[in-house]
Design a protein around this ligand. Structure first.
Ligand SMILES: Nc1ncnc2c1ncn2[C@@H]1O[C@H](COP(=O)(O)OP(=O)(O)OP(=O)(O)O)[C@@H](O)[C@H]1O
Ligand code: SF4
Ligand SMILES: [Mg+2]
Length: 333
């Protein structure tokens, strides 16, 4: 592991139990990454590839039928998977205070029957033991900080009285009230229109720089990830298939899946042009056989690819790829 990382995830595997006690279905396998303070890791991949379950595992918030079946998570020197749930020294003390999460749907984080101001004030009361009126003032300051106009008035609003973009800002204010050292942003802009989306991205980056936060930024949209990430991990069917500094990944993708993802991005100057989706579908985790998970869709697949699974292997100090035939970087230069 890296000595400088705030969070270090090693070999994380997650599975869900079936409804009828059938065998557990893997949702993520052997996921490893680390994030240093102030840095952003973009986690990208198609729907169902395991991004959200990975994020929820970091918070230890998997649904009851989900289970971490292997690996370890070290956060700020603590092994979180063996921490007790309760108490300031347990996960309860870490969540909200040291690690926080924002979601695609602010409705899942905001309480519909409490005012926005009261909800943020409660974070200050719980974690900083502030008196009610001081906590309320801090909440108004935080709403102002995330660019909500007329924050005094907005603090008295209920979530349904705010627009989508404003709700998203309020959720960011709540998540960042305690200045967490890790922010997990799971598709935070997907539901927003393009202009609001880029305002929210700018806001996250601005607050990150101000607070020196590490950010795990999740999106199925590689173009969005490109705007914010220092490093990118590409997931496919539950596994990380390529990891690289953002600039290198876009300049020279090595995994055929990453190449295909980049090929589907709209090009500068041709925003309306439609690019072909990657043919085929992600294999069903319940019936997936041996071999590379991308083999059914990969133009380079051969017999070996269908027989054995390529391991994620470091190919340079800061890059790794899981493929038997990665594109040679020399071929691209
Ligand atoms: N509560 C659950 N019960 C059973 N399986 C689940 C549950 N939640 C997720 N899964 C499975 O875990 C796998 C990974 O799901 P996950 O939500 O992490 O995908 P994702 O990459 O976040 O996709 P999206 O881009 O659609 O948000 C999927 O195959 C999904 O069906
Ligand atoms: S291991 Fe084989 S099937 Fe998998 S991505 Fe590489 S070339 Fe394609
Ligand atoms: Mg998700």
């Amino acid at each position: 592991m890296s000595d400088t990382a705030l969070i270090d995830v090693e070999g994380l595997s997650i599975a869900f139990s079936g409804e009828d006690n059938s065998a557990a279905i893997p949702a993520a396998e052997d996921v490893s990454f680390s994030i240093a303070p102030g840095k952003t890791l973009g986690l990208v991949g198609e729907s169902g590839c395991g991004k959200s379950v990975t994020a929820l595992s970091l918070m230890r918030l998997l649904p009851p039928n989900g289970r971490i079946t292997g690996g370890r998570i070290r956060f700020d020197g603590r092994e979180t998977l063996s921490l007790p749930e309760a108490g300031a020294a347990g996960m309860e003390g870490l969540r909200g205070r040291h690690m926080a999460m924002i979601f695609q749907d602010p409705g899942s984080a905001l309480n519909p029957v409490a005012t926005v101001g009261d909800q943020i004030a409660e974070v200050f009361e719980i974690h900083y033991h502030l008196a009610r009126d001081v906590a309320r003032q801090s909440a108004v300051k935080m709403l102002d900080r995330v660019g909500i106009p007329d924050p005094e008035l907005r603090a008295r609003s209920y979530p349904h009285q705010l627009s989508g973009g404003m709700k998203q800002r309020a959720m960011i204010a709540m998540a960042l009230a305690c200045r967490p050292s890790l922010l997990i942003a799971d598709e935070p802009t997907t539901a927003l229109d393009v202009t609001v989306q880029s305002q929210i991205l700018d806001l996250v980056v601005e607050l990150q720089n101000e607070m020196d936060m590490a950010v795990l930024f999740i999106s199925h949209n590689l173009a969005v990830v490109a705007q914010v990430a220092d490093e990118v991990a590409v997931m496919y069917a539950g596994r990380i298939v390529e990891r690289a500094p953002a600039r290198d990944l876009f300049a020279m993708p090595r995994h055929p899946y990453t190449q295909a993802l980049i090929a589907t991005l709209p090009r500068l100057g041709h925003p309306q042009q439609r690019f072909p989706a990657i043919p085929g579908t992600v294999p069903d985790a319940r019936v997936r056989g041996k071999g590379c998970g991308f083999a059914e869709r990969c133009p380079l697949a051969d017999a070996t690819c269908h027989e054995s699974e390529p391991a994620l292997t470091a190919d340079a100090e800061d890059r790794a790829v899981a493929c038997f035939k990665p594109l040679e970087t020399s071929a691209l230069s």
